[in-house]
Design a protein around this ligand. Structure first.
Ligand code: NAG
Ligand code: NAG
Ligand code: NAG
Ligand code: NAG
Ligand code: NAG
Ligand code: NAG
Ligand code: NAG
Ligand code: NAG
Ligand code: NAG
Ligand code: NAG
Length: 446
């Protein structure tokens, strides 16, 4: 072993002496490659001015692990274009212009190693192994982790512009990864491009800008990079960031318990529901249309209904970021409700009486004509007509019933637009209520 090392030392001493000067190859000291893909090594080197003057063409070589020219294992020999241990190696750089960028194709885990670059002139009067600049290639089965910035995304206030960027290493720029975002906010603008890093390796960089909305609170935004591979299935890597948005009360609305139409003496609870972040230490204020002063403070407004309780109520919810006002909601007190019912009943009764009078008059008219048309036969006819009349009147008696029913329907229809709107509202509110509740629980955890 020591003999071997000594020989290596001798060899390099010789090479260094022969060239006298130290040359450099610029390349990253290490690079991570994905198995089944390629790896491109960005590389530049400097050479003796003399050899450049000769405008001689160069040959590039790559050696594995051991840079000892004699003992080493050549993975690529530019003189013969022979590749060993790899499917293919290609020097992309123009060696005459001191470019030595090289692609190693279809890398496998057992290719992880240190590699050295070497240059020789055509006439072999100048040769140099860049022993100070090896590159360590480590081959992994998993793509490198994405960088999502800012990783510890702090809470943002509603309407602020948020910038998220996601970058994925592209060790094989010929088959760069594709970046995709999921669960993105509506206003998001995304730009994606291949970027060169300071060490000349490449990465795919995707930038997303959006305006934070309250609906984005707790949104989990993911960035996924998919790497195509030749010898294996595509490989993906993903990172997720959860957005936290601070916002004033939104979707403020009122729920009424037990119902929007109540009778005098009932205890009603009006609850002000809202979405906000933070949702702790919120201040609520209650108002009634037509009254300048606030009625009360607190999330709930509780009172016993009296004749004057009917009307339109609304609430305002407030946190440190602003406030939200609910729509006005109507509370109908039974008194006014009975008034409506009374009106309807009155109208129906009137119609019923009117119909009965009409019927009575008609029956009377029939009887009078019968009396005027005297005769025995006709008497029989009369009885039959009476029977008919009874039948007809029976039918007609049913008619008013029907009409009454229609009128009754009318009553329901008449009162429904009012109760309907509030019923629909309250049922809608009930759904929202349940939803809000769930979220509120979440928000309270903030
Ligand atoms: C080669 O480049 C390195 C660093 O870029 C420099 O230190 C060195 O002097 C150069 N050698 C020659 C011979 O130009
Ligand atoms: C090696 O490959 C290069 C480019 O593909 C070509 O120009 C050159 O002639 C080849 N040399 C040999 C010895 O095959
Ligand atoms: C690397 O491993 C592959 C199989 O995974 C094998 O075919 C190849 O010969 C190995 N190469 C070296 C240099 O050991
Ligand atoms: C490499 O550079 C030399 C000198 O600038 C030029 O003549 C030659 O065409 C270049 N070769 C390629 C393949 O670009
Ligand atoms: C955000 O913008 C909306 C619409 O422009 C506005 O109504 C709201 O008050 C803004 N929120 C904040 C916290 O400034
Ligand atoms: C986000 O990017 C935009 C333009 O790209 C810039 O104006 C803004 O200051 C950036 N915001 C933050 C928080 O970095
Ligand atoms: C997204 O881009 C469009 C057009 O380029 C621009 O009008 C819009 O304002 C941008 N949106 C954001 C949130 O930056
Ligand atoms: C986002 O992810 C976190 C943690 O996994 C989870 O608690 C939260 O509920 C998610 N947000 C949404 C909107 O699903
Ligand atoms: C590659 O994909 C195929 C089909 O999607 C699947 O059956 C197979 O198990 C995958 N192989 C590996 C190594 O993941
Ligand atoms: C809510 O009211 C309390 C007491 O009146 C006050 O100290 C607090 O600052 C208020 N909070 C907000 C968000 O207005």
């Amino acid at each position: 072993m020591s003999v071997f090392r000594f020989m290596v030392f001798l060899f390099f001493s010789y090479e260094l002496k022969s060239s006298e000067l130290k040359y450099n190859a610029e390349m990253p000291s290490r690079i991570t490659a994905l198995s089944g893909s390629c790896v491109q090594i960005p590389c530049r080197f400097n050479v003796s001015e003399l050899s450049l003057k000769n405008t001689e063409s160069f040959f590039g070589f790559w050696m594995k692990k051991n840079h000892d020219f004699k003992i080493s294992h050549f993975v690529f020999n530019g003189k013969t274009n022979k590749t060993s241990g790899f499917n293919n190696i290609e020097i992309l750089g123009n060696l005459s212009q001191r470019g030595c960028t090289t692609v190693f194709y279809d890398v496998m885990n057992n290719h992880s190693d240190k590699y050295y670059f070497r240059v020789e002139t055509k006439s072999s009067d100048w040769k140099y192994t860049y022993i100070d600049n090896p590159i360590e290639i480590s081959v992994s089965d998993k793509p490198q982790l994405l960088i999502l910035k800012p990783t510890d995304l702090k809470v943002v206030i509603e309407n602020t512009t948020v910038n998220l960027s996601c970058s994925a290493e592209a060790p094989c720029p010929k088959q760069p990864p594709t970046i995709s975002w999921s669960n993105i906010p509506e206003s998001a603008n995304i730009t994606t491009q291949l970027q060169e890093k300071p060490d000349k390796t490449q990465s795919v960089f995707s930038h997303m800008t959006f305006k934070a909305s309250y609906v984005d609170h707790r949104r989990n935004i993911s960035c996924t990079a998919t790497y195509p591979r030749n010898t294996f299935n595509d490989s993906t890597v993903q990172t997720t960031v959860m957005l936290r948005v601070l916002f004033p009360p939104k979707e403020t609305h009122i729920t009424i318990d037990p119902s929007a139409s109540v009778s005098v003496g009932t205890n009603v609870i009006l609850t002000c529901k809202t979405k906000a972040n933070p949702s702790k230490n919120m201040n609520y204020t209650w108002y009634k249309r037509g009254q300048e002063n606030q009625l009360d403070f607190g999330e709930q407004l509780t009172f016993t209904v009296n004749r004057k309780s009917g009307g339109w109520y609304f609430c305002k919810a407030k946190n440190e970021h602003g406030n939200g006002k609910s729509e006005e909601i109507q509370l109908i007190v039974a008194e006014s409700l009975s008034l409506i019912i009374g009106c309807v009943v009155g109208v129906s009764a009137f119609l019923l009486i009117f119909l009965l009078i009409t019927l009575f008059l008609r029956a009377k008219a029939i009887r009078e004509t019968d009396i005027s048309d005297q005769g025995q036969e006709k008497q029989v006819q009369i009885s039959s007509i009476f029977a008919n009349g009874a039948f007809v009147s029976g039918e007609e008696l049913e008619m008013p019933k029907d009409e009454n029913d229609i009128v009754h329907y009318g009553e329901i229809n008449f009162s429904t637009p009012q109760t309907k709107s509030s019923t629909v509202k309250s049922s809608g509110q009930e759904t929202i209520y349940a939803e809000v509740r769930g979220r509120e629980k979440e928000m309270n955890q903030d």
